[in-house]
Design a protein around this ligand. Structure first.
Ligand code: KIV
Length: 269
């Protein structure tokens, strides 16, 4: 097993990693057993993602996930978590206004043990981000493909491919940083654009289907273990296939993120 630090990861340490060009290893995590395995392998950031609705609960999208679902799983992770920074997703329609967002984010932190909340959207969510940050709730933005908007987008599609779309994403990233976001997830964004955005903002960026130019990488845990049924998205690599155990697969993922071999060209848009 890798020799890993048990020092708690903080936003300041992630900021330092960005400054030093050290890649950030992030995975989704939803329970206590995986929390131990992932921390043992050196994963620095956990996203307790609303993807749990699809990979744990069998929903067709993340839309039916509730605040109670998120608290249940975030608390499972927090009960045994020691080192990783825990980012908890705000589910669909739990942050439609700054007031509603504040009440729900307080529960995700207080009852769910989150260190930070994540919400989908760009400049349109600046007022929500400002309100949370003003109440000492760290916020991670999420731009590009927004899974909670799948019914509006008409499917899971790469975003920012044309000039106008790319400009809008860059403006969204800047607006989120200005509103006080401390971290930024970019999902299904062309690699060149994600690299530009990572250079344009001071906060660390975490990519999923956004190429190797982001400051860190995240995958849905069950996707990278090859146990999600159906067609595998282009940006996913099955790390379990060539590893002898789940722990070895997670270690291989961390090593590949750190040395820049994941994501490779075949995983990017
Ligand atoms: O819900 C989730 O798992 C996420 C990741 C894809 C970043 O938001």
């Amino acid at each position: 097993m890798t020799d890993v630090s048990t020092q708690p990861v903080t936003l300041a340490s992630l900021q330092q990693m960005k400054a030093q060009g050290e890649k950030i290893a992030c995975l989704t995590c939803y329970d206590s057993s995986f929390t131990r395995v992932l921390e043992g392998a050196g994963v620095e950031v956990f996203i307790i993602g609303d993807s749990l609705g699809m990979v744990l609960k069998g929903y067709e999208s993340t839309v039916p996930v509730t605040v109670a679902d998120m608290i249940y799983h975030a608390a499972d992770v927090a009960r045994v978590g020691q080192s990783a920074l825990r980012v908890v997703d705000m589910p669909f329609m739990s942050y439609a206004s700054p007031d509603q967002a504040l009440g729900n984010a307080a529960r995700l932190m207080g009852e769910g043990g989150g260190h930070m909340v994540k919400l989908e959207g760009g400049a349109d969510k600046a007022a929500v981000v400002e309100r949370l940050v003003a109440h000492s709730i760290p916020v991670c933005g999420h731009i590009g493909l927004l899974p909670q908007s799948v019914h509006q987008l008409g499917g899971y599609k790469v975003q920012g491919r044309d000039e106008a779309g790319a400009r809008a994403l860059l403006e969204d990233a800047r607006a989120l940083e200005e509103a006080g976001a401390g971290l930024l997830v970019m999902e299904c964004v062309p690699a060149g654009l994600a690299t530009r955005i990572s250079a344009a903002v001071g906060i660390p960026t975490i990519g999923i289907g956004a190429g190797p130019g982001c400051d860190g990488q995240v995958l849905v845990l069950y996707d990278m273990l090859g146990i999600t049924p159906g067609r595998r998205p282009r940006f996913v690599r099955d790390f379990l296939r060539d590893s002898g155990s789940v722990a070895a697969a997670i270690e291989a993922y961390v090593a590949a993120v750190k040395d820049g071999s994941f994501p490779a060209a075949e995983h990017t848009y």
